[in-house]
Structures are given as structure tokens and as C-alpha cells.
Design a protein around this ligand. Structure first.
Ligand code: PXP
Length: 245
């Protein structure tokens, strides 16, 4: 199990004043010291938080690897192809949303073609590819047909549901993980995971990577980035121990 830390919201605080602090590049050093196994950032089309400069410096300074989240849009795609992060995760993007609100919709044939072409170009450039999708059988099968390396299961519904509904959402994620493996995909998960709700997801055998941002950055405000990451890593490692690593 790898814990990737998303640092978008360090840049969100910086952009609240359009100044130069806090710097996500400095945060990345501390996140790595705390045990992050890679740094994730989302270069949005509107550059509302992470900027080109951040990604370029992260690519130069991060020792683990950079997982770049991006929309299926030519301009950001070209940026990824030119600068080659370790991994590219394709995500849906709408300007008016507060955060990524759902997985990529692969139901539309035109969009599916564009996603497939983007994946092919990224893979040709030697970049590992991932698709952020909902834990839905049909979408997982469509993702496999597109020749992606991995899927990142959207855990937002699990995170938002009441405690009583969690079991059902968890079983959905478990089924989606098994199906992902059956069709030959690596399985990642993320969105809305917190110190309080991450354990059952981390304990799903077969999930190889978690992407966690907001909750860790929030705690880092109080305890510092290094400690915040280490505390999350301890919870994830402990949950994983129960299922044999
Ligand atoms: N995974 C993806 C694809 C995302 O877009 C995000 C949010 O940027 C995350 C994981 C992390 O979500 P959160 O900030 O809620 O931990």
C-alpha cells in the first residue's frame, strides 16, 4: 500500500492572498520526510491552486515521484507529455465545482475516444496512467478496454454517507477492487478520506495506492506537515497489517 499526499490545498491557502506562501514545494519535502510515497497535485485548467511553476519545481525536487492529476484537455495534456511526471491521473473537471465531484464518465463514446487517445499518448511518453472513476462495474470494464494501467476508485460517496450506510459503500469498493483486478488493472482509491474514515478502505486487500489531501493538509495546520503525514501513514499501515500488508 502506497500513501500519496495531495498538496493542492497548500496552494489554496497561498492563493487566498495570491502571495508566495505557504509553498507546496516546501510542503512536499516535509510530506516526504513524514513518509509520503509520492506527491499528488492537480493542475486545473483554471490554475486555481497549483500553478505550472509548482509542478515544475516539484518534478525537480520531489525524491519519490509526482502523480499529476489532469483533465482530458489538450493544454494540460501537452504539459504532462513535455514534463513527464511518474504518473498521470485523468480526472473530470468543471470550473464551478468546489472539488472533483465524481469520477470520469466513460459512458459517452466521444469522451471515451478522447480519454483513450490521451492515455495512449501518456503511455507512449513512459508515464504510468490512472483513471479516476466511480466504483461502478460498467465503468471499470470500459476503463480496462481503454488500456489504462490503473483505476483510482472515487471514495467520495463512502466518505459522505452516514455511518449506517458505510458498510454498503465499503462493499461496493471491495467489489470494484476485485473486478479491477479481474480485468487486469491496478486499483487505487481516494477522495474524502480522513483520519477517521480511512482504515476500512486501507484494509481492502488489493488497493495499492491511496491519494489523500484535504484531511492531511488540515491537520498539518495544527501539527505540521511531517507529523500529519506520519500519523496518516501509521493508521494506513495499521489497517493494512490486519490483511497481510
Ligand atoms: N484523488 C483525486 C483524483 C482527487 O481529485 C482528489 C482531490 O483533489 C483526491 C484524490 C484527494 O481528495 P481529498 O482532498 O478529499 O483527500
Amino acid at each position: 500500500m502506497r500513501l500519496y499526499i495531495n498538496l493542492d490545498h497548500v496552494a489554496t491557502v497561498r492563493e487566498a492572498r495570491r502571495t508566495d506562501e505557504p509553498d507546496p514545494v516546501r510542503a512536499a519535502v516535509l510530506a516526504e520526510l513524514g513518509g509520503a510515497q509520492a506527491i499528488t497535485v492537480h493542475l486545473r485548467e483554471d490554475r486555481r491552486h497549483i500553478k505550472d511553476r509548482d509542478v515544475l519545481l516539484l518534478l525537480e525536487t520531489v525524491r519519490t515521484g509526482v502523480n499529476l492529476e489532469l483533465a482530458v484537455e489538450e493544454e494540460v495534456l501537452k504539459f504532462a507529455l513535455e514534463h513527464r511526471p511518474m504518473q498521470a491521473t485523468l480526472v473530470p473537471e468543471r470550473r464551478e465545482e468546489i472539488t472533483t465531484e465524481g469520477g470520469l464518465d466513460l459512458g459517452d463514446a466521444g469522451r471515451r475516444r478522447r480519454v483513450g487517445e490521451s492515455l495512449a499518448r501518456l503511455r507512449e511518453a513512459g508515464i504510468k496512467t490512472s483513471l479516476f472513476i466511480d466504483p461502478v462495474e460498467e465503468t471499470i470494464r470500459l476503463a480496462a478496454e481503454l488500456g489504462v494501467d490503473a483505476i483510482e476508485l472515487h471514495t467520495g460517496e463512502y466518505a459522505n454517507v452516514s455511518r449506517e450506510g458505510r458498510g454498503e459503500q465499503l462493499r461496493r469498493l471491495e467489489r470494484a477492487t476485485s473486478l479491477g483486478h479481474e480485468v487486469g488493472l491496478a486499483v487505487h482509491a481516494g477522495h474524502g478520506l480522513t483520519y477517521e474514515n480511512v482504515s476500512p478502505v486501507a484494509a481492502i486487500p488489493g488497493i495499492e495506492e491511496l491519494n489523500i489531501g484535504h484531511s492531511v493538509v488540515s491537520r498539518a495546520v495544527f501539527v505540521g506537515m511531517e507529523r500529519a503525514v506520519r500519523q496518516m501513514l501509521e493508521i494506513v499501515t495499521e489497517a493494512r497489517r490486519g490483511v497481510g500488508g
